[in-house]
Structures are given as structure tokens and as C-alpha cells.
Design a protein around this ligand. Structure first.
Ligand code: HPA
Length: 266
């Protein structure tokens, strides 16, 4: 196993990034200091989902020192909602104060078609589980009122406006997966206030807040949710469409870092 602190040496990352399915291209924009397979890092997930690579990259994204997790594990793989806890703890221990999560998601909103990007403003945990089950400290009672950091959101929104990129905003609902939702579940999700649905991110947000990190999250919309068009959903489609919105999201994040927009100072 590799000792991350030793490998990082004087490199002091402040921001963590997790890339979702088909969004790996951002990893290529990083001026890398180190690149380590998850297999060499204690407790890091064995990512088994195609479209998820499974390595940690330390480096500079537009001068911002970042630790990027390319690939994540999901609750649906082994039924462990806390599967990302060791990796997120390692990021926090390396100095990461804020986390940017990306995912692909289905849209419940006609005006937010595939290829759109959405800033997550809030979430609904519809999985029935929680990554903090079993945690015994009082820290487990994490406040989730401001789960998605307002300063980071303002920075991303302002950057999108500046770049003339349409950035939708909305509520993300976590379904356990791995089967996609039924049309009835999507009608329910929409009624309950979900703008996008997906199988990730929410447990990571909860863990990151528990660990004291700020969080922002963006979805790339890869499809209209089940029943909205009559078409069947597939992971192949997710992987094919994700890079379309992923390009926009990469541009947005690079520019936000270049301008210090996430710091609330620009
Ligand atoms: N549902 C759940 N997860 C998803 C979807 C969806 O429609 N699209 C991409 N990830």
C-alpha cells in the first residue's frame, strides 16, 4: 500500500474532485504531480462499473492544487453506502477542505434535456439507507440544511453566466439503483420535488459534510427519466451522452478555478 502523505510531500491540495461516469476527460486537463491506482491505496474502492476508471490524481487544475478521484464506487455494487468513506477521509486528511462532485443523472424536467448540466442545490435521499449507519459519535447527526455550499454555488453560477453556459439548478434524488427507475417512480420523484435522479453523490455529500468538508455538486443530464419519452434507459446511453455535457462542465470548472470563483473572492 502507498502512503499518500509521503507521495504528496509538499503538495497541499485544497480541493477534491470526484468524476462520474463518462466524465473522466477533466482528468486529462490536470498537470499531474502523482497518479495512483485505487488498488494501491488502503480502503479505496475497487470500482467495477464500466466508465469509471479507478485512480487518484494529484495535481494542478488551472493552478488550483486538487486531488481528483477518477471513478467511484456506488451503494448498488455491494450494498455499502459508506464505500467511499475511506477515500473521502484520505482526501480530508490530505488537507482537502472542499469537494466538487459530478455525476450523470436523468432529468424529470422537460426544459432540461440530455446534454444539459445542473447545479445541485439540494437533495432527497430516497434510498432508505445512510452512509453514517453504525457511526457512534454525535458527529453522525450532521446538519444538512446547507449541504451544498452557497459560496461555491454562487461561484459556479457566476462563472457559467460569464461563459454563457446554461447551468440549470435543481434538486437531485438518490435512488439506490442499479436498475433504473420505473415511470411511476419518476412521477413520484417529480411530485416530491426532484429535478434530476441518479444513483450516486448523496452518500458522498453526507460523508463529506460529516468529515467537515464543503460540498458542491453538478449533474450532467444524460437522458430524460423513465417514462418521459417512452424510450428504454441504458448505461450505454449514459456513457455515450455524458461526454457531451461533460465538456461544458469541464470548461465551467476549469474557469471557476482559474478565476478563484469558488473562494467567493472574485
Ligand atoms: N436514473 C438513475 N441514474 C441515472 C439516470 C437515470 O435516469 N441517468 C443517468 N444516471
Amino acid at each position: 500500500m502507498i502512503d499518500l502523505a509521503k507521495v504528496l510531500g509538499g503538495f497541499k491540495p485544497r480541493t477534491g474532485l470526484i468524476l462520474g461516469s463518462g466524465l473522466g476527460s477533466l482528468a486529462e486537463d490536470i498537470d499531474a504531480v502523482a497518479r495512483i491506482d485505487y488498488a494501491e491505496l488502503d480502503g479505496f474502492p475497487e470500482s467495477g462499473v464500466s466508465g469509471h476508471a479507478g485512480h487518484l490524481i494529484a495535481g494542478y487544475l488551472e493552478k488550483e492544487p486538487v486531488l481528483l478521484l477518477s471513478g467511484r464506487s456506488h451503494y448498488y455494487e455491494k450494498g455499502d453506502a459508506a464505500v467511499m468513506r475511506p477515500a473521502l477521509t484520505a482526501l480530508r486528511d490530505a488537507g482537502v477542505e472542499r469537494l466538487l462532485l459530478t455525476n450523470s443523472a436523468g432529468s424529470t424536467v422537460t426544459e432540461m434535456p440530455p446534454g444539459s448540466i445542473m447545479l445541485i442545490t439540494d437533495h432527497i435521499n430516497f434510498s432508505g439507507t445512510n452512509p453514517l449507519f453504525g457511526e457512534e459519535t454525535d458527529g453522525r447527526f450532521v446538519g444538512m440544511t446547507n449541504a451544498y455550499d452557497q459560496t461555491m454555488r454562487d461561484g459556479l453560477e457566476g462563472t457559467a453566466r460569464h461563459l454563457d453556459i446554461e447551468l440549470h439548478q435543481g434538486c437531485y434524488m438518490w435512488f439506490s439503483g442499479p436498475s433504473f427507475e420505473t415511470p411511476a417512480e419518476i412521477r413520484m420523484a417529480k411530485t416530491l420535488g426532484a429535478d434530476a435522479v441518479g444513483m450516486s453523490t448523496v452518500p458522498e455529500t453526507i460523508l463529506a459534510r460529516f468529515l467537515g468538508m464543503k460540498v458542491a455538486a453538478c449533474s450532467v443530464i444524460t437522458n430524460y427519466a423513465a417514462g418521459m419519452t417512452g424510450a428504454e434507459l441504458s448505461h450505454t446511453e449514459t456513457k455515450e451522452i455524458a461526454p457531451r455535457g461533460g465538456g461544458k462542465l469541464s470548461r465551467l470548472l476549469r474557469s471557476a478555478f482559474a478565476n478563484g470563483a469558488l473562494d467567493g473572492t472574485s
